[in-house]
Design a protein around this ligand. Structure first.
Ligand code: S3P
Length: 428
């Protein structure tokens, strides 16, 4: 049902998903005890925990406050005796493929759920093969994948797709290569892996824009606080933009520029957005405020797509409420996310009365259209489920969402927070 009150107050989103995955995977590399405060405990990051425990890492503590891992270090890894279940997590599988090339010998088999088994893995297998790795995929280039451990050659790898996951896989594989490994990306993507490797003492260099080089492994154990996830905070920011009279402060969130594309797009649509940095290294962190405003249409530049990739379904929803025609193109990557997000988002918004034209690489959206209620599907996709919940808050009639449980992938407390906010209970 529509929310009749504004969203006012302060909220701390859960730990960042991308950074938590990396913290877990990087902890496996260095012998000793690793402390990860404010981690995201969700289905996706549990997949990365499964992978590192299969390599011999033990979980000393896993509470809501902190995760403590004890790692034997790469020298002490076991050869995983059974295939590792990566669940729904593309980050676990793709970064994991790079990581497990570090096994001195042996073979790691990675598999996943039906969504992950449809997603392209050849984009990781190919660059790893260029470094001399033995990697098998199904003939369709999809999972299950098998990766042999063993020493790799160095060299320069030019990526065909702008993907932080592929870049990170190559960087992780490069840590023990016989000579430095350089990765060249077609467009800038989130740089958490290179920042975190450098913070742990690995020799990482960015010789020019678009290039990252690694020349050796990290040395220090992690003692790290994970910032809040700006992609999870984006759902509340969208509500604050939409509900008149709102003013929301998102606290303790990552302000990594590679993750703020959604907030930049909101500002481009006329929404007042401010940032306050409270920490710079290893990850910029601080506060974002968002206030409601009449939305102007969005013309998203294709080169801005990687920095807003996970929030595009939500931006499409906002575009249905903008005063004019919005264009979100150059985003064909969305077809190979947890669902085909171009299709599933168009289906969701159309079912609720949005005027959405689907294109091979995005949408043209004619706004504003009032949203009606209806029956919609999450298609097993956490971000589609949360976008539907935001739509429901501004729709005129009830929205029935099938598959709402998908939120557990990245934001298990999403509906608890949603219910509290829907009842007008102040954000903490
Ligand atoms: C991620 C990178 C992005 C993003 C995904 C998380 C990461 O994927 O969509 O949710 O943690 O590196 P791609 O690198 O495939 O674009």
């Amino acid at each position: 049902m529509p929310w009749t009150h504004p969203l006012r107050g302060r909220l701390r989103p859960p730990g960042d998903k991308s950074i938590t995955h990396r913290a877990i995977l990087l902890a496996a590399l260095v012998a000793g005890q690793h402390q990860i405060e404010g981690w995201l405990d969700a289905e996706d990051t549990r997949s990365s925990l499964r992978l590192v425990t299969a390599l011999g890492v033990s979980v000393v503590e896993a509470t809501t406050e902190r995760l403590i891992l004890e790692s034997p270090g790469r020298e002490g890894w076991h050869d995983p005796s059974i295939p590792v279940d990566c669940g729904n997590s593309g980050t676990t599988m793709r970064l994991g493929m790079g990581l497990v090339t570090g096994l001195r010998e042996g073979l790691t088999v990675l598999w996943g759920d039906s969504s992950l088994s449809r997603r392209p893995m050849a984009r990781v297998a190919e660059p790893l093969r260029q470094l001399g790795a033995t990697v098998l995929t199904r003939s369709s280039g999809t999972a299950p994948v098998a990766v042999a451990g063993g020493p790799l050659e160095g060299g320069t790898v030019e990526l065909a797709v702008a993907s932080a996951q592929v870049k990170s896989a190559v960087l992780l594989a490069g840590l023990w290569a016989k000579s430095p490994v350089a990765v060249v990306e077609p467009l800038p993507t989130r740089d958490h892996t290179e920042r975190m490797l450098a913070a742990l003492g690995a020799p990482v260099d960015r010789p020019r824009p678009g290039w990252v080089m690694v020349a050796g492994p990290p040395e220090r154990p992690l003692d790290f606080r994970v910032p809040g996830d700006p992609s999870s905070g984006a759902f509340w920011a969208a509500l604050a933009a939409l509900l008149p009279g709102s003013h929301l402060e998102l606290e303790g969130v990552s302000l990594n520029p590679g993750r703020l594309g959604f907030y930049r797009a909101l500002a481009d649509m006329g929404v007042p957005v401010t940032y306050t940095i409270v920490q710079d290294e290893p990850e910029p962190l601080g506060r974002i405020t968002v206030s409601s405003h009449r939305l102007t249409p969005l013309a998203l530049k294709p080169e801005a797509v990687p920095e807003v990739i996970d929030e595009l379904p939500l931006l499409a929803l906002l575009a249905t409420q903008a005063h004019g025609t919005s264009t979100i193109r150059g985003a064909a990557e969305l077809r190979v996310k947890e669902s085909d997000r171009i299709r599933t988002t168009a289906e969701l918004l159309t079912a609720l009365g949005g005027a959405v034209e689907e294109h091979p690489d995005g949408w043209v959206i004619y706004g504003p259209t009032p949203l009606s209620g209806g029956r919609v599907q999450a298609h097993g996709d956490h971000r589609v489920a949360m976008t539907a919940a935001v739509a429901a808050a501004v729709a005129r009639q009830p929205v029935w969402l099938e598959g709402a449980e998908a939120v557990a992938i990245s934001y298990p407390e999403f509906f608890a927070t949603y219910d509290r906010l829907a009842q007008g209970i102040g954000v903490e």
